[in-house]
Design a protein around this ligand. Structure first.
Ligand SMILES: [Zn+2]
Ligand SMILES: [Zn+2]
Length: 260
């Protein structure tokens, strides 16, 4: 069994065939999925999905590329929403995205720190989106961990060795998406080889970033299998071993999510 720790099942891309997509995930051995929030104000749609599909859980948070839309969301509100809903098992995704130049860095940092506070108070994992922001992210994670530890995931990891090392040293998890399978991702695979086994997760980030076998197609949770295959090669273990280890890690990290 695998857990797709990061997908966006609420996106309109899936409107026509969400039931079939969840069925295909189960048929491929993807037993549980976490659909990740990009806007706190859209949480109702995620909660409706988690009600419809017992194997789907969700997070609550504001994506850094939407930071300015939800600067009024406080850590208190995040904590309250997480505690009020049994299927909310994570905070985020929040973070820093300096690749898409749409949001002021200061707004992104403000949002990130509020999400960190909520993760610290709930001890639910913070799903971190970090793109072209390695130095600032490492500095904030180090500083904030100094105020009190919080669980976190460097999701869709595509940063450098330094941020991977910092994340691991601070107790975080590193989650790999289909990017790991791309021919040009040699450095990313080299970094993955250095991440301790007990910190590895797999995800799709569907509908984006389909892995190599389905490259160019719309991504979906069942495709996480290909990422796990490549991660197994990188770590020199069998597919069954990487499936067992990443699933074990997922339930340790997402401690509120029951194993169905
Ligand atoms: Zn992201
Ligand atoms: Zn995402």
């Amino acid at each position: 069994m695998l857990v797709d720790t990061h997908c966006h099942l609420d996106f309109a891309d899936f409107d026509a065939e969400r039931d079939e997509l969840v069925a295909r995930a189960h048929a491929s051995g993807v037993g549980q999925m976490v659909t990740i929030s990009t806007r706190v104000r859209k949480l109702e749609k995620l909660l409706a999905l988690t009600e419809r599909y017992p194997s789907v859980f969700c997070s609550v948070g504001t994506h850094p590329n939407n930071a300015d839309e939800e600067l009024d969301v406080t850590a208190d509100e995040l904590v309250q929403l997480a505690e009020a809903n049994a299927k909310v098992v994570a905070i985020g995704e929040a973070g820093l995205d300096y690749f898409y130049d749409t949001q002021k860095p200061e707004d992104q940092k403000t949002g990130l720190r509020r999400h960190i506070e909520a993760a610290r108070r709930t001890q639910l994992p913070l799903v971190i989106h970090s793109r072209s922001a390695d130095d600032d992210m490492a500095a904030i994670l180090t500083e904030e961990t100094g105020k009190g530890a919080f669980p976190f995931i460097l999701h869709c990891f595509s940063s450098g060795q330094g941020l991977a090392d910092t994340g691991v040293a601070l107790g975080g998890y590193v989650s790999y998406s289909g990017i790991l399978t791309f021919p040009k991702s040699t450095e990313l695979r080299e970094i993955a080889a250095t991440v301790p086994m007990d910190r590895l997760l797999v995800e799709t980030d569907a509908p984006y970033l389909a892995p190599k076998r389905w490259r160019g197609k719309r991504n979906e949770p069942s495709y996480v299998v290909n990422t796990a295959e490549v991660l197994a090669e990188v770590k020199g273990v069998s597919y069954d071993e990487i499936a067992a280890i990443t699933t074990e890690n997922a339930f340790r990290c997402f401690s509120k999510m029951p194993r169905l």
